[in-house]
Design a protein around this ligand. Structure first.
Ligand SMILES: Cc1cc2nc3c(=O)[nH]c(=O)nc-3n(C[C@H](O)[C@H](O)[C@H](O)COP(=O)(O)OP(=O)(O)OC[C@H]3O[C@@H](n4cnc5c(N)ncnc54)[C@H](O)[C@@H]3O)c2cc1C
Length: 469
């Protein structure tokens, strides 16, 4: 059979007949829900992807049912898009050409919890796994700020890093994800086990090269992190502090799980903080109890004030937000709740990271850009290097303005991980991942998985321009 091409016709009734006995939904509300994720953060994506939804939503209850769906989609040449929590920001879950939305959240079993590792079904909520791990005195090494609503499989297929990355690096660093079991889109499907470096073949591929059904990830001893809010009179001073504290954490002198720098024009968007933080810039952090005194002393040494410190439960009891939900893309979410005029960018800085460059950008962009930086570690498996990257809020006018802003950041030597595209390579990667493409040829030879998201497949295999609709 030749590979599926965008807009090829398919017989959804024949597919539905062959899936009798499974949990199938096709009412308008279910289809609309399955056609949405958090791509509406981007006005560009909201416009381009409007109205794209699946014909059929299928909720498998077992791996055998997943295999039945995979075989039927291959047999009937129907596109299939996997859906976890649906919290992706780039339209990853939006089926561009309809077909099946495979809701994987019914596969949520904990298969094994052992010292240092968890083996689970891919549709488990990250929060549920963290709770199960806590009962064994352990926790995950990292999670997205959507920990309460995102699935582990979705984080691996669509995410990058998050809370905990300051201590344990990014998801792709060796040892964080240790084993994947993937169901291929063939008739009959195969179960492929990926371990070691082979994990990268299916990691962060937007569910375009196999259905993750089982995942093994690292666990670390549980810490009752102290959520700390520290205030600084100037944003560049706050960033200087972040560099000093981050370097101390890489040297092992401070044990830090998260550090998120948020400037004063953003914090009023956070429910619970409005009116409570004075006119200063804030560092939201999660700090090991044994490091808290030294961390707060370093805050003071940089001219800041530590104003809040407590466990997550203590902060919530005071009506304050958890520091987890003041970080990463929660900043954009909190802003969008009251201000639909904003959107965001993702900015990597040239090394060494320069707070002076950020100050110059703030002066140049004025009210168009509000700054927010995350401190993280990459290559944590080999010692680790501290990085700081920005998720600034942008007051949005139109797409040309956004493109001009991106060009201005790039002229400073910054790299933009464009959150205003649904094409995998055009976002953060900027290049073809040959290993992922080779794996797609094996795991999805008909090109049915999440079609339209992989530029390399469209251009090299189908011979059509990537990024079309
Ligand atoms: C407020 C907010 C904060 C966020 N913070 C972070 C953050 O800190 N770090 C971060 O990396 N991301 C972050 N994100 C993005 C997103 O939440 C994460 O990527 C999240 O982990 C996705 O999980 P999910 O279950 O919602 O995946 P979904 O959105 O359901 O899916 C994401 C992609 O993975 C594919 N997929 C899902 N499950 C499977 C599977 N079992 N097999 C194959 N493919 C699959 C889907 O087809 C889709 O392409 C944030 C998003 C929001 C809205």
């Amino acid at each position: 059979m030749t590979p599926y091409r965008p807009h090829d016709p398919f017989d959804i009734e024949a597919l539905a007949r062959s899936l009798q006995g499974l949990d199938l939904r096709r009412d308008a509300a279910e289809r609309a829900r399955a056609g949405s994720d958090y791509h509406w953060y981007s006005p560009v994506l909201a416009g381009a992807l409007r109205g794209r939804e699946p014909h059929l939503v299928v909720r498998p209850r077992s791996v055998a049912e997943v295999e039945r769906v995979a075989a039927a989609c291959a047999r009937h040449r129907v596109p299939l898009t996997v859906r976890g929590g649906g919290t992706g920001n780039y339209g990853q879950c939006v089926p561009l050409y309809g077909g099946v939305s495979l809701d994987i959240t019914g596969l949520d079993a904990v298969l094994a919890l052992e010292p240092g590792r968890a083996r689970v079904q891919a549709g488990i909520l990250i929060h549920t796994l963290n709770q199960a791990a806590a009962a064994t005195g352990q926790q995950l090494a990292m999670w997205p700020s959507t920990e309460r609503i995102a699935t582990l499989g979705g984080f691996i297929a669509g995410g990058h890093s998050g809370i905990g990355s300051l201590r344990h690096g990014i998801l792709a660093d060796a040892g964080n994800v240790t084993r994947l079991v993937v169901v291929t889109l063939e008739d009959p499907p195969r179960r492929v086990v990926l371990e070691g470096a082979d994990i990268q073949r299916a990691h962060h591929a937007y569910g375009s090269n196999g259905i993750l059904v089982e995942v093994e990830v690292a666990l670390v001893p549980r810490v009752e992190w102290r959520h700390s809010i520290a205030l600084f009179p100037r944003y560049d001073t706050l960033l200087q502090f972040g560099l000093a504290a981050g370097a101390a954490s890489v040297r092992g002198e401070l044990d830090l799980f998260q550090m998120s720098a948020v400037e004063r024009r953003i914090t009023p968007y956070y429910a619970g903080l409005r009116g409570r933080l004075e006119d200063e810039d804030a560092m939201f952090a999660q700090v090991h109890p044994a490091s808290l005194a030294a961390y707060e002393a370093l805050v003071r040494a940089h001219g800041g004030r530590a104003v809040v410190a407590g466990t997550e439960a203590e902060l919530l009891a005071q009506g304050l937000p958890s520091c987890t939900e003041c970080a990463y893309n929660h900043t954009t979410l909190e802003a969008l709740k009251s201000d639909r005029g904003v959107t965001y960018l993702q900015v990597a800085y040239p090394a060494p990271f320069s707070p002076e460059l950020v100050a110059a950008q703030m002066a140049r962009f004025g009210d168009e850009v509000f700054m927010h930086h995350e401190f993280s570690r990459v290559h944590a498996d080999s010692g680790g290097e501290l990085v700081a990257f920005a998720l600034p809020l942008v007051q949005y006018f139109d797409e040309p303005q956004l493109r001009a802003l991106i060009a201005s950041f790039e002229a400073d030597g910054c790299a933009i991980y464009d959150p205003h595209t649904w094409v995998l390579e055009d976002g953060g990667m900027k290049q073809v991942d040959e290993a992922q493409l080779a794996f797609k040829r094996q795991a999805d030879p008909l090109g049915l998985m999440n079609p339209g998201k992989l530029r390399a497949w469209d251009e090299r295999v189908l011979g059509i321009p990537g990024g079309g609709l």
